[in-house]
Structures are given as structure tokens and as C-alpha cells.
Design a protein around this ligand. Structure first.
Ligand code: PLP
Length: 400
């Protein structure tokens, strides 16, 4: 997730040019006389919509806000159920809870995305929305999930926060559902520091999302902002103009980011191909964002030993296991208190639990040199040997 790796003169020059031309008007709306017709957030929205092949895009202040705004635009609220998956960032479930709806959580499969069979099994008459999450840059099984959702009349909102730039069968991730949600936080493919986007082809949903993100404003072109109308309760999830400038500059770098990451991931996978790891299944290898290389070890003890050995060599993992607890619903008892279907401590998602505790996620960066890659490959190969030795020693000790 390397947008920050490429922050440099282009971003700085673009901000200075914008500041000089627009008198530094930060707000995305209003200030018509002062801003000289410059609307950077609106330009960024148009550019993202075009990149995604979607008719509409609404910029918001974070990916979390984008999830909340999308769900509210769809009318999700108390009494509704929203299905998502057990491996996601905590924000997906926080957004569902913030609407007053009940989260329903599925297992993931060997792609570490929503298990479609478990999704179908968990649909009830109260199910309103399903949120498949394209985790770590790779597509969920969209063909199957979209078919099940259509059969049961469940609306699809894609959480593509970790997959900006990824694709499925040649189409951008986030553009398949009724709504798609993107993040531009500090660690994402392209970054505005904090920021997010809701994309859709549905004009009514776009207008609802626009109103919800900005105190209910209906954006009447013939009315000054102070006399605008409202009919929905909203909030403030606005993006600033300076973030619009940064977003446009970063978006222009997306093709470079994708080609470098993809090339680096091929080299990394080739370098560790004979280590005996089972690589994560990819529903569309060509569309992989390629910012993460995930594989499974046979036993969770061996995965823990491997991660420790890698760390001793000065290399960290990404969310698996580095930040597992922020990405696994099995650890979120603080969110599930009082929700009868989720409020019990025993293993709720045994398949996901097993896969996640055996998984290693390596970061693949844009700015990796050949030397960096060679060092990482050597560290992975040596750590795999260490992990096997440590396991053998512990087995012998157990037998004694
Ligand atoms: C899958 C997923 N959904 C939602 C979010 C929330 O995005 P943000 O950090 O922009 O609020 C994240 C952020 O890491 C994420 O990984």
C-alpha cells in the first residue's frame, strides 16, 4: 500500500500551484468569488469516477466514513442485517454498527475473502446488504457473490478500501456492486493522508450520499449554499481541497504503482517458490493489486515461529500476523457485547481462525530495489528453515 512511498515534488508543487491560484480556499463548496472557479475535490471525484468506470463519485473524509455514508444512503438502519466477512479491518463492522444495523459475519475461504457458501447460508429475511471485502488487494469471488445476492435481492456494497487499483476480469474493484467504497488513508495505494470515496452508477444513491456527507445539503445550483434545502439528516464527512490536490497527483501515479508492485511481486514469489508454502488463492491473479504476498504454513505454531524468525532478521509482516487483531472479528468482543448472535467467546469462525493463524502477509513495495528484494527473499528462506527447526525441537521436547 505504497502511495506514501511516492510522495514528493509532484505533490508539493501541485499544492503550491493550487494555493497560489485559489487563495487557499480549503472548502470543497462555496466561496465562489474567492476560489476563481477552482474545485479540486470535484475534479478528484470526476477523475476517480472515470478511472473506476462509474457515473458518480462522492469524496468523503475516510474509508470508514465512506462505508457509513453508503449504508445510510441505502437506508440501512435498526432492524436490518448487513453481512460481511470475519477477515476485514474493524472499520467495516464499526460502520454497520453505527447505522444501528446488526452485523452478520461469514467465514473466509483460501482467498481470505468472503466464503460465498457461508454468505448464502447466513441470509435471512432481514438481510439488506452484503459487504464483500477485497482484502489485501485481491478480489473476492465476485461472480458467485453477485449471483447469490441477486437471487436473494440483497444489495452489494464492495469494500475496496484495500484494493484501489485492483481489478476483477478487467474491471476495477469497487465498480461491481450497487455502491463501492475506497480509502485513501496514509497506508493505501494512493493517499490523501486521510480520505475516502463512495462510487456508484445510481444517481439517487449518489445524491443521498452527497447529502449525508454534508449535513443534508442538496446542492441546488441556483441557491447560495446558505439557503440550500435539506430533507435527510446528514453529518460532516467532507474532504478538503488540499486533499483533492493530493488525490489528483497521486491518482496520476497509479499506473506506475501497479506496474512496479506487480513486477516486484513476481520476483518475490519466484524467489520463494520452492519453500513449500501454499500461496493464497487469487480469484483473478491478473487483477491482483500485488501490494501483499500471502502464504499459509502448515501449523499455526510454525507460522508464529516463522514471523518471529523474520522479525529477528529485521523484516516485519503486514496485518498477518503483524496486526491480526485489528483485522479479525474473532477478537472484537468490545463490538459484539449485547448482540446475541455474536456475543459468546467460543470460536465463531473456525475456518477463518485456522487460516489467519497460519498465514503470513509480506508487504510488496513500489520502491523496492533488486537488493531489497534479494534481502527479503533470503530472509524468508532462512526463516522458513528456522521455523521448521523450532517446530522439530518443540515436538522432540513434547515427546520427552
Ligand atoms: C478493508 C478496510 N475497510 C475500511 C477501511 C477504513 O478506511 P479508512 O482508514 O480510510 O477509514 C480500511 C482501512 O484500513 C480497510 O482496510
Amino acid at each position: 500500500m505504497p502511495g506514501y512511498e511516492l510522495y514528493g515534488t509532484e505533490e508539493r508543487d501541485a499544492v503550491i500551484a493550487w494555493f497560489n491560484a485559489s487563495h487557499g480556499v480549503m472548502m470543497a463548496h462555496g466561496f465562489d468569488r474567492l476560489r476563481q472557479g477552482i474545485f479540486k475535490v470535484r475534479e478528484f471525484e470526476r477523475a476517480v469516477a472515470d478511472t473506476m468506470g462509474c457515473a458518480y463519485a462522492q469524496a468523503v473524509s475516510s474509508g470508514t466514513a465512506a462505508l457509513f455514508v453508503a449504508l445510510r444512503a441505502l437506508g440501512v438502519g435498526p432492524g436490518d442485517e448487513v453481512i460481511t466477512q470475519a477477515f476485514t479491518f474493524v472499520a467495516t463492522v464499526e460502520a454497520i454498527l453505527a447505522t444501528g444495523a446488526t452485523p452478520v459475519i461469514t467465514e473466509v475461504d483460501r482467498s481470505l475473502t468472503m466464503d460465498p457458501t457461508d454468505f448464502e447460508r447466513r441470509i435471512t429475511p432481514r438481510t439488506k446488504v452484503v459487504i464483500p471485502v477485497h482484502m489485501a488487494g485481491a478480489a473476492a469471488d465476485l461472480e458467485t457473490i453477485l449471483a447469490i445476492a441477486a437471487r436473494h435481492r440483497v444489495t452489494v456494497v464492495e469494500d475496496a478500501c484495500q484494493a484501489v487499483g485492483g481489478a476483477y476480469r478487467g474491471k476495477p474493484l469497487g465498480s461491481f456492486g450497487t455502491m463501492g467504497v475506497l480509502s485513501f488513508d496514509f497506508a493505501k495505494t494512493i493517499t490523501t493522508g486521510e480520505g475516502g470515496m463512495v462510487v456508484t452508477n445510481d444517481r439517487t444513491l449518489f445524491e443521498r450520499a452527497r447529502a449525508i456527507h454534508d449535513h443534508g445539503h442538496e446542492y441546488h445550483p441556483e441557491r447560495p449554499r446558505g439557503q440550500d434545502t435539506r430533507s435527510l439528516p446528514g453529518f460532516n464527512f467532507r474532504l478538503t481541497e488540499i486533499q483533492g490536490v493530493l488525490g489528483l497527483t497521486q491518482l496520476a501515479k497509479l499506473p506506475l504503482i501497479l506496474s512496479r508492485q506487480r513486477a516486484n511481486k513476481v520476483l518475490l514469489k519466484t524467489g520463494i517458490a520452492d519453500c513449500g508454502f501454499e500461496f493464497r488463492h487469487l480469484h483473478d491473479p491478473e487483477g491482483d493489486l500485488a501490494d501483499t504476498c500471502i502464504f499459509f504454513l502448515e501449523e499455526r505454531q510454525r507460522a508464529a515461529a516463522f514471523a518471529a524468525a523474520l522479525e529477528r532478521r529485521g523484516f516485519t509482516t503486514k496485518n498477518l500476523p503483524g496486526a491480526l487483531s485489528w483485522h479479525y472479528a474473532g477478537t472484537w468482543d468490545h463490538l459484539f457485547r449485547g448482540i446475541s448472535s455474536l456475543d459468546h467467546p467460543e470460536k465463531r469462525w473456525p475456518k477463518t481462525d485456522d487460516l489467519l493463524h497460519r498465514a503470513i502477509a509480506l508487504p510488496v513495495n513500489v520502491a523496492m530495489s533488486e537488493g531489497d528484494l534479494a534481502d527479503l527473499i533470503a530472509a524468508v528462506r532462512d526463516s522458513a528453515k528456522d521455523a521448521r527447526c523450532e517446530e522439530a525441537v518443540s515436538v522432540l521436547e513434547e515427546r520427552r
